[in-house]
Design a binder for this molecule. Structure first.
Ligand code: NDP
Length: 334
C-alpha cells in the first residue's frame, strides 16, 4: 500500500517538499476489520491547518504520520459481518490507495442512481452539511433575506448560494477568484450578482453587488471580506463564520476587521461553528439534499484530478483556487 505522510511543517505556503509518498507492507485484516480499496479521496482547506503544530480546528498531523482525510472506497476483504465485502464505505482514511480499517470506523453508503461515490465527499458529505448548518442553523436564514457568500464557487460556497436561492432569498451575491467562476455563479447557479475579489476593494465591489445591503453573510474567506460584510450588513444581520482561507498561509496573525464597532449599532450577530458539532442535522440534510440532487434542482460541479501520485499537487492547487465546486482526487474505478 502507498500513502502520503507529512515530511515537514510549512512556513507560509506549503510546498511539495513538505510531503512524502511511501510504500508500506499492508497487514492482513484482524477480526472486526475490513480492507478498503479507495476510489476517491478528498482534499480540503482544513488540511492546511493540520500541517501546523498546535490545534487549529482539527488536531495536527505529526511528522511521519499518515495524512488522513475523507475518502470513499470499496470493501475488498471483510472480517466483519456488519460491513460485507463489496460495500461502498466512507471513512476518514485516505491519502493512501488501500487501508485496513476497523469496521466501526467506516460508514456504509447507499448506492443510488445519479449519485456517484464522490458526492459523499462533497454535496452529500462534510462540505454539504457545512453549507446547510451554516446557512440554516448558524445564520438563521429566513425567506426574503439578502445573502452574501464569500468563496462562492467552492465546494461549500456553491451550495450555500443555491440553498439560499431555492429557499426564497431576495438576493444572492457571491465572490470568487476568477472571471470564469464569476460567470458560472451568475450564469449556471442563479446568483443575482457576483464579483471577482481581485477587481478592487471588496467593500466597494460588495456595495455595487448588493446596493440594498445584506441580511446574511456566509464567510469562507475572512479578512477583507469579513470587514466588507460588516459594512454592508443591514440591522440585525447574521453571519456564519465558516472559514477564513485568506489567512491560512499567514505567518503572522492577519489584521482584524477595523469596523467591528458597527456590530453594536447594527445589532449584528456573527457565529463561528464547526460542522462536526452538528451531526444531529445530518439525516434531515441527507434526505432533503439527495432529493435536490436527483431532481436536478441543485447544480453540482466537481473538479476531478487523477491519482495518488498527484494528490499533493491537487491539494496545493485547491489552496490556490484551481477548483470550481468540490476538488476530488480519483484513485480507482469501481
Ligand atoms: P473550496 O472548494 O472553497 O476551496 C477553497 C477555495 O478558497 C479556492 O477554490 C479559492 O477559490 C479560495 N481561496 C484561496 N485563497 C483565497 C484567498 N486568499 N482569498 C479568497 N479566496 C481564496 O473549499 P471548501 O468549500 O471545502 O471550504 C470553504 C471554506 O469552508 C474554507 O475556509 C474551509 O476552511 C471552511 N470549512 C469550514 C468547516 C467548518 O466546520 N467550519 C467545514 C468545511 C469547510 P477562489 O478562486 O475563489 O480564490
Amino acid at each position: 500500500t502507498r500513502e502520503w505522510q507529512l515530511a515537514a511543517r510549512p512556513h507560509g505556503e506549503p510546498t511539495p517538499d513538505d510531503f512524502r509518498l511511501v510504500e508500506l507492507e499492508r497487514p492482513g485484516p484482524a477480526e472486526g476489520q475490513v480492507v478498503v480499496r479507495m476510489l476517491v479521496m478528498s482534499v480540503d482547506p482544513y488540511m492546511r491547518g493540520r500541517m501546523n503544530a498546535g490545534k487549529s480546528y482539527a488536531a495536527p498531523w505529526e511528522i511521519g504520520e499518515t495524512m488522513k482525510g475523507g475518502a470513499v472506497g470499496r470493501v475488498v476483504e471483510s472480517r466483519s459481518p456488519a460491513v460485507p465485502e463489496g460495500s461502498l464505505v466512507l471513512a476518514d482514511a485516505a491519502w493512501r490507495d488501500v487501508a485496513v480499517l476497523d469496521a466501526a470506523h467506516v460508514r456504509v453508503l447507499p448506492e443510488l442512481p445519479g449519485i456517484p461515490p464522490s458526492y459523499y465527499l462533497g454535496v452529500l458529505g462534510m462540505p454539504g452539511l457545512t453549507a446547510w448548518v451554516g446557512l440554516f442553523r448558524m445564520a438563521e436564514f429566513r425567506e426574503a433575506d439578502a445573502v452574501f457568500v464569500s468563496g462562492a464557487a467552492g465546494a461549500v460556497g456553491s451550495l450555500v448560494g443555491q440553498f439560499a436561492r431555492l429557499n426564497g432569498a431576495s438576493r444572492v451575491v457571491g465572490s470568487a477568484g476568477t472571471p470564469e467562476k464569476v460567470r458560472w455563479l451568475t450564469g449556471e447557479l442563479g446568483f443575482d450578482a457576483a464579483f471577482d475579489y481581485h477587481d478592487g476593494p471588496v467593500a466597494e465591489l460588495l456595495r455595487d453587488a448588493a446596493p440594498e445591503g445584506i441580511d446574511v453573510f456566509f464567510d469562507n474567506v475572512g479578512g477583507e471580506h469579513l470587514e466588507a460584510a460588516i459594512g454592508a450588513f443591514n440591522e440585525h444581520g447574521r453571519g456564519a463564520l465558516c472559514g477564513a482561507i485568506s489567512g491560512y498561509n499567514a505567518v503572522e496573525p492577519p489584521p482584524g476587521p477595523r469596523n467591528m464597532f458597527l456590530m453594536v449599532g447594527k445589532k449584528l450577530s456573527l457565529r463561528g461553528f464547526i460542522v462536526g458539532d452538528h451531526t444531529d442535522m445530518r439525516d434531515e440534510f441527507t434526505t432533503k439534499v439527495t432529493r435536490m440532487v436527483t431532481s436536478g434542482d441543485l447544480v453540482v460541479r466537481e473538479t476531478v484530478r487523477d491519482g495518488l501520485d498527484d494528490a499533493v499537487d491537487t491539494f496545493l492547487d485547491l489552496l490556490r483556487g484551481g477548483n470550481t465546486g468540490k476538488m476530488i482526487v480519483k484513485l480507482a474505478e469501481g
